[in-house]
Design a protein around this ligand. Structure first.
Ligand code: G3P
Length: 213
């Protein structure tokens, strides 16, 4: 069971890494745009911070993506997971990279059919977008479960990486439904530590503890 942080904000990521509970980071062009930094600079910072698994997204046609992927692999080696789109070019490149031992994450997965093809192409991870499936009036968690069940039945070793996670409930239920990894924005990660009864109980213990001094 792995926890990834879905962010390109290195300040946020440093705080999360400080807990010792984070296994990796996923980025995408929208998250990178939000921080307004050059992607390569962000990846360099994550490398320096010791993050061992960073999803770095490539875009465009097959040739363009292959060029970007080669650059990322040569710059970042083992920490680089090439994040590819769920389309024909993405899966072609996925198959090629997988056969060369490169980790891949096929993103923008919305159903089990897509997840099946991505696994067939040798994807290390597939990313079903739980929140965006919910936005369409379907259950993102059910899609996670159908993919996890499908992989169990068919014997694929591709890991289910639940993405587009907006609440601790969706994060936890993703694991229940068979996700191997959940990538979550840092606010969701911090919310997972909290409960109102933990807070009030702790306050009371502190008050009672003081009576011994
Ligand atoms: O991991 C994908 C994520 O960054 C998208 O999240 O909330 O925009 O659907 P959201």
């Amino acid at each position: 069971m792995k926890i990834f942080i879905d962010s390109a904000n290195t300040g946020e990521i440093i705080r999360c890494l400080g807990t010792g509970l984070v296994d990796g980071v996923t980025t995408n062009p929208s998250l990178l745009r939000k921080v307004g930094k050059d992607p390569i600079e962000v990846y360099k910072s994550l490398e320096q911070l010791g993050v061992e698994d960073v999803s770095m997204e490539v875009v465009g046609n097959l040739q363009q993506m292959e060029k970007q992927a080669n650059k990322l692999i040569s710059m970042f080696g083992d920490i680089c997971t090439v994040k590819l789109p769920m389309n024909q070019d993405g899966l072609k490149l996925c198959k090629y990279l997988a056969s060369n031992g490169v980790r891949t994450n096929v993103t923008l997965i919305f159903n089990a059919a897509q997840a099946l093809l991505a696994a067939k192409a040798g994807a290390t991870y597939v990313s079903p977008f739980v929140g965006r499936i919910d936005d369409q009036g379907y259950s993102g968690l059910e899609v996670v479960r159908s993919i996890a069940d499908l992989y169990k039945t068919t014997g694929f070793s591709t890991q289910v990486l639940a993405a587009s996670i907006r609440t601790p409930h969706r994060a936890v239920r993703s694991y229940y439904n068979g996700a191997d990894v959940v990538t979550m924005p840092s606010p969701v990660f911090w919310q997972m530590f909290e409960h109102v009864l933990t807070e009030s109980g702790l306050r009371q213990f502190e008050v009672d503890y003081e009576t011994f001094n």
